[in-house]
Design a binder for this molecule. Structure first.
Ligand SMILES: *Cc1c(COP(=O)(O)O)cnc(C)c1O
Length: 367
């Protein structure tokens, strides 16, 4: 039984036409630079495989993931464009990187030597991107050690250098001195090393705020999913994810009757209350208890009481709703909209996290 295709009362809808439009609109901004789409974190919660397939249709040049396993899932789904793995590589993983043609991030001489050794055992070359730390302090050698790493990697028979990259820490801020310094440092390294490699540093903030950072390739995630770091809306680049659930239960509640665990919500007046079959078990944060809203029949209603593992309640007052009605939890309905920025603000989070924690229990429907 293919459980994922069975009807489930809460789901994610993906408007892949809009996604392809986003990719095209970003293409216009990046000119001749290659387009790498990060699909880490289950494609920012959207669903790894449907997003990756649409990205291939839309002619992105590369995909990027954080873990080798995601790369293997992509290959097994028939994706054959290049795939870069951002995360750290470990010796026991190298044979799989080679078998599935995944490109490795190498951020130290130690790793370069290790990957070379492990590749020699397999008898095949491994594609690598050298990583330099220009200011993020996550991965990569310091700028003064790049030449050393480069000479080391170049001398290895079983390494094929495909690119050199770095990552921004603060590029969502325009005219930011740190980002400008990161770009300057990276360009100086390029000048020194040269070579016919892919030089890449720009994430979404870089694509939007620092045109001089686009270089040979951009790694544009958040913006590709339709979101601007400053939360603005745009006529071309728009979100394409909607989180929906069918009203599971309807009841009338008397004044001052407690609702849900701990009775944390009590309506003042006689009120209509609906139960929505979605909870923190799906990645809808408990911090939204008594804070978040939902949309039913184009109207916005508050969440009533605490979010349960698999359900929550909403107070629709004197509003209208029937069991089976579609409620929108994230996205648009009629004139109303609940954005990931709103949910992030109310739950002490950021939009990236709000999206990424939507877990695989929610079927992804393409429309
Ligand atoms: C996540 C990530 C990106 C994409 O960042 P966005 O802000 O989503 O565009 C690019 N590069 C690396 C190394 C990343 O980890």
């Amino acid at each position: 039984m293919d459980i994922e295709t069975l009807p489930h009362p809460a789901w994610i809808e993906l408007n892949l036409d809009q996604f392809r439009k986003n990719i095209q609109a970003i293409r216009k901004r990046i000119g001749s630079s290659l387009f790498c789409l990060p699909v880490k974190g289950n494609a920012y919660g959207h669903g790894l495989i449907p997003v990756a397939k649409a990205a291939v249709d839309a002619k992105v040049d590369l995909l990027a993931v954080s873990y080798m396993q995601d790369g293997i899932l992509l290959r097994e789904a028939g994706i054959n464009i290049p795939i870069l793995v951002f995360g750290a590589v470990y010796e026991e993983q190298v044979p799989y990187y080679i078998q599935y043609d995944l490109e490795v991030s190498v951020g130290s001489k130690f790793k370069a030597e290790m990957v070379d050794r492990a590749s020699e055992k397999v008898g095949k070359r491994c594609k690598v991107h050298l990583e330099v730390d220009t200011g993020m302090k996550r991965f990569g050698v310091r700028p003064e050690n790049v030449s050393d790493l480069y000479e080391c990697a170049k001398s290895k028979k079983y390494l094929e250098i495909k690119g050199v990259y770095s990552h921004f820490a603060t590029s969502e801020i325009p005219d930011d001195p740190n980002t400008m310094k990161q770009i300057k440092t990276f360009k100086e390294i390029r000048k020194k090393i040269g070579g016919d490699y892919l030089w890449h540093i720009a994430n979404s903030g870089g694509v939007l705020n620092y045109p001089d950072s686009h270089m040979d390739m951009v790694r544009c995630g958040f913006l590709s999913y339709g979101y601007f770091p400053d939360g603005r809306s745009d006529p071309e680049i728009k979100p394409f994810l909607t989180l929906k659930a069918k009203v599971a239960y309807f009841k009338v509640v008397f004044p001052n009757e407690g609702i849900g665990y701990g009775h944390k919500y009590k309506p003042k007046d006689m009120s209509r209350v609906v139960t929505i079959p979605l909870g923190y078990g799906d990645g809808y944060k408990r911090a939204l208890s008594n804070q978040g809203s939902i949309l039913i029949r184009g109207k916005r209603y508050p969440i009533a009481g605490v979010i349960c593992m698999d359900q929550f309640m909403a107070d629709i007052g004197k509003g209208e709703a029937y069991v089976g009605d579609e409620a929108v939890i994230i996205g648009k309905q009629g004139e109303e909209e609940i954005s990931v920025f709103e949910i992030a603000r109310l739950s002490g989070s950021i939009p990236y996290e709000v999206l990424t924690i939507l877990n695989s229990r929610l079927p992804r429907k393409i429309c």
